[in-house]
Every structure is written in structure tokens, then in C-alpha cells.
Design a protein. Structure first.
Length: 98
């Protein structure tokens, strides 16, 4: 008899891990990291090969989480990217003025 895995148990959120972002349970791999590779055109199989300690089921669970929460996750990623851009501009300006 095979073991049945509850899909909801594959993704978790912990305040002190991955900045409180959703991640694959038992790992430090964020859903955002998996989604980023997926958005770059990598297949779930390629992602699982890239991070060999993940199972294909874990990768699919992360992608399912991302797709189910796409608007929220895209907004968070865009806000983080905008903040990175702002900090980079600020750093460049401070170097010019130094």
C-alpha cells in the first residue's frame, strides 16, 4: 500500500524562515524561487533536476501555490524589485557624491 501525501502539507510559512514567505516544507526553498525559474521557462522536471533534494511533487506543489496566488505573489515580487532598484539608485548616487 502506498503512502498518500496531503498536498497542503507540502507548502509552509514560518515567520523566521525565508523571510516569512511560502516555502517547500522541510526546506529553505521558497515558492518564489521555484516560480522565478518557472517564469524563465524552466519545466518542473528541470527545476527538480536543478535542486535535486526536491521531488517533482514538491516542485508541482510550489507551482500550484504560485498559480493559485499569482496576483499576490506578483505584487510582492514587483514591490521587492522596485525596492532593490531604489536602493541601487541610492547607492550609485551616494558614490557619485562621495
Amino acid at each position: 500500500m502506498s503512502v498518500v501525501t496531503e498536498i497542503g502539507s507540502l507548502i509552509t510559512v514560518s515567520p523566521g524562515v525565508c523571510g516569512g514567505r511560502p516555502r517547500i516544507a522541510g526546506t529553505g526553498v521558497s515558492v518564489r524561487r521555484i516560480a522565478g525559474w518557472y517564469k524563465l521557462g524552466m519545466s518542473p522536471e528541470e527545476i527538480a533536476t536543478e535542486i535535486p533534494h526536491l521531488t517533482l511533487a514538491q516542485v508541482h506543489a510550489a507551482l500550484a501555490y504560485y498559480l493559485a496566488n499569482r496576483d499576490q505573489m506578483e505584487a510582492e515580487m514587483a514591490a521587492e524589485e522596485a525596492e532593490c532598484d531604489r536602493l541601487e539608485r541610492e547607492h550609485r548616487e551616494s558614490r557619485k557624491n562621495a
